[in-house]
Design a protein around this ligand. Structure first.
Ligand code: NAD
Ligand code: TDX
Length: 352
């Protein structure tokens, strides 16, 4: 691999993945980051990488649904692998506006697959990796785990769009023999996550003394994985994963939301010299998310067995790293919240 196209690289996991490649691996090829720069994107996340590696890192602003743009990038940069992070990723937004989810998550993935199919037909070589989510398996009863071959039972517009994308990837593997893999991951947390998701939202609200909104009874369960562990697993799959296969990547670290929010109160209180109870008083049970999935849990035996991967970062350590990052990056948070990045994007891209 010498020319890697990462889509959605200005979002949370994509940013961490590109940073991981440049700082933690011996890869010496180029990385092209194709990102539409939606509200969830922060191109400044990678400005230090862009400065340090001007001949190896390239940002292309564009939409994965634009087949001409995608084909031109693949052609111009001689791309030999694509990792698709680009997505609308927030479940609540999918409930209030599902159309963008259908467009980017399904049509966008389809466009990438079509580009690859046509490229391969011309005798070129390229592989594809799709980033998927544990939500495709739907809501689980206690103790049950989802395996790679468990049936898909998506229940939100977000998870339905991600499941549909995975079906297209598998259809293209089966029908056109495209060299592709899929990974299915549980909830990620860590630096650069947009503060609409549970962990950064709670940290931010604690710092600002705002209410901590817990949906329903707070007993929904999520499995949490530090984002760098996810990046490492993707890198391993790209290099050693068997083509045509799907790999689960989980933290084996299940938490009821309310327990997690209480833990966050304890950890944040220590850092900002406040009493834990002062933060816990901010917890407010609010109306439940419509169709809120109760629990997700992945069985990760396959990636452990085949690729010798397991999560490295302990949960408390990972949460402390995350809280420290948000404390040290208050300017980032301020800009994200005030829409300054949107202004930056307009100045640097839309009107260029
Ligand atoms: P994110 O919302 O933080 O970032 C998404 C990125 O994709 C943004 O930079 C955005 O501008 C870009 N994008 C959106 N539409 C695009 C389009 N049409 N063309 C090009 N770029 C576009 O998302 P994330 O949390 O980093 O998630 C990345 C991927 O991982 C997604 O596919 C998501 O479904 C999957 N995933 C996320 C989690 C999680 O906990 N965050 C867990 C499992 C799987
Ligand atoms: O304010 C909140 N209060 C609350 O109780 C928010 C934002 C969330 N929640 C609950 C809902 C979920 O049970 O916390 C849990 C986590 O919520 P999110 O951070 O919105 O994540 P989730 O819905 O689990 O989906 C995430 O993990 C799987 C990502 O957003 C997806 O992109 C990924 O595929």
């Amino acid at each position: 691999m010498h020319s890697l196209l990462v889509t959605g690289g200005c979002g949370f996991i994509g940013t961490n993945f590109i940073r991981y490649i440049f700082t933690k691996t011996d890869y010496n090829g180029i990385v092209i980051n194709l990102d539409k720069l939606t509200y969830a994107a922060n191109p400044e996340n990678l400005s230090d990488i862009a400065e340090m590696f001007p001949t190896r890192y390239f940002l292309e602003v564009g939409d994965i649904c634009d087949i001409k743009k995608v084909s031109k990038i693949v052609e111009d940069y001689n791309v030999d692998a694509i990792v698709n992070f680009a997505a609308e990723s927030h479940v609540d937004r999918s409930i209030y506006g599902p159309k963008d989810f259908l467009q980017t998550n399904v049509v966008g993935t389809f466009v990438l697959l079509e580009t690859i199919r046509l490229y391969l037909e011309r005798g070129k070589s390229i592989r594809f990796h799709q980033i998927s989510t544990d939500e495709v398996f739907g809501s689980l009863a206690p103790q049950v785990q989802s395996y790679e071959n468990s049936p898909y039972l998506p229940r939100s517009p977000y998870s339905a769009s991600k499941a549909s994308a995975d079906h297209f990837v598998n259809a293209y593997i089966n029908t056109y023999q495209i060299p592709a893999t899929i990974s299915i991951c549980s909830n990620n947390y860590g630096p650069y996550q947009f503060p609409e998701k549970l962990i950064p939202l709670m940290i931010l609200n604690m710092l600002e003394g705002k209410e901590l909104p817990v949906y329903g009874d707070g007993l929904n369960v999520r499995d949490w994985l530090y984002v760098e562990d996810h990046c490492e697993a993707i890198w391993l799959i790209l290099h050693q994963g068997r083509l045509g296969e799907t790999y689960n990547i989980g933290g084996e670290n299940e938490w009821e939301n309310i327990k997690l929010v209480n833990l966050l109160c304890e950890l944040v209180a220590k850092k900002i010299n406040k009493k834990t109870d002062e933060l816990k008083k901010l917890i407010k049970f609010v109306s439940d998310r419509p169709g809120h999935d109760k629990r997700y849990a992945l069985n990760c035996d396959k990636i452990k067995r085949e690729l010798n991967w397991k999560p490295k970062v302990d949960f408390i350590e990972g949460l402390n790293l995350t809280i420290d990052w948000y404390l040290q990056n208050s300017l980032w948070l301020h800009k994200v919240k005030s829409g300054e990045y949107i202004k930056w994007i307009e100045k640097n891209y839309l009107f260029r």
